[in-house]
Design a protein around this ligand. Sequence first.
Ligand code: KIV
Ligand code: ZN
Length: 511
Amino acid sequence: MADRVYVFDTTLRDGEQSPGATMNLDEKIRMARQLETLGVDIIEAGFPIASQGDFEAVQAIARAVSNVQVAGLCRAVTGDIDRCWEAIKEAENPRIHTFLATSDIHMKYKLGKTADEVLVMAEKAVRHAASYTDNVEFSAEDASRSDWDFLVKVTETVIDAGARVVNIPDTVGYTQPFEYFELIKYLMDNVRNVDKAIISVHCHNDLGSAVANSLAAIRAGARQVECTVLGIGERAGNAALEDLVMALNTRKELYDVETGIVTEQIFPSCRRLSQIIGMPIPPNKAIVGANAFAHESGVHQDGVFKNRLTYEIMTPASIGRTSNDIVIGKHSGSHAVRRKAEELGYVLDNEQVQVLFKAVKELADKKEQVFDEDVEALILEKVYRRRDRFRLVDMSVFSGTGIVPPHSAMVMEFGREGDEVAIRRTSEFGEGSVDAVFKSIYSLVGMSPKLEFYSVNAVTEGSDALAGVAVRIEHDGVKSVGRANDGDVIRASALAMINALNRLEKAKEEK
Ligand code: KIV
Ligand code: ZN
């Protein structure tokens, strides 16, 4: 029987460290549920000591999922480990993931500790973690730049102390496949008690080698792989889950391992993440990009027409990229809308279905075809954001290029739906329409944040496609990201800014 490789997903921890990929509590829970459906073995839910918000998110995820292990990250110090345990202890199968740097450069400059001191710290931390649970993982941070014999020593020590998984990260994305293969093999051959633990790998993509390095490590005997959906993560990101799993499946004869991933959930998971963080999937992204299965050249098209295997090494259906049978349009009933939401992975209550149904009807009146991406965008926009404190009621924009400068008139509602609400109006001039709209919003909410980032993308196809806007703002030292989709670019911009301000308020409260 093929060996099992455990998939440890860190989208909600390392992935969330990706610039612009911050998620709020509800979004993290929605993503965690999707990861559970996808069949990952472990969800790394966050870094509980980092902030109260992180702690609460990890705790909420631990309570929300059941068929998957939930890990919390902590430094190798008692206070961190205690806080981590507090956050994850209600999970069905909680894991403490503690880490400590082992490379000379990190030990000397970052920790100011000798190798012997690091060894003692690692042992003490793992023993302490193991007093809570036998599901303990230790990561030797910057392992790929560490002395190999020291790594052997650290690995033996933490296994003796109770670690069941030892992770050998390529923290700075520096290693190369053949070198990493040799390192993992060296550990498999030289660590005295290696049979008592699983060797794990965690690769960053600074040199574009994260997936190749992880695959090489699996060939050398690693049996846990740490990765993120769409490869999001610190700096250039982590190994992409979808690339890894499909390489293992498509080249099974090479690797002879299996994972618990339901590959048909790969595309829905990538789409879900992309919608939540407002980052479009690049068209040329392996496995899930829009062009991944598109054959442009005549020769290729002809070959595929005669036999798909000529140019296709896997099918779109195998990653859940199907043309689905439920088509939503203006004649669809609320039952079809509910089923479509379920097909996309959202279980809505009756009230939410009615909100979505109304929004879908409105969109179908304006737009020729309503795609799954449209429905998903409406779910996020209309269903999940209703309880926001600031809401747009109406706006109009004049985009002049002559004597009358661009200006906008805006009406907003303040106070959560169901509570007492106040209506405020204003009108402002701007350098352009978006600027005028943002100035109106700032004047209504009484804040002038710094706009650090603004981007627009088409969510679907055609000139009537939904526009997806993402903004990042900073105010009083607190940063926030906002996203929105709408048929109108300017309205999407306004909604994204309002979303960012709502999230800013929450972030300030949490702080
Ligand atoms: O990249 C890294 O080394 C990490 C560890 C905390 C596992 O993210
Ligand atoms: Zn990392």
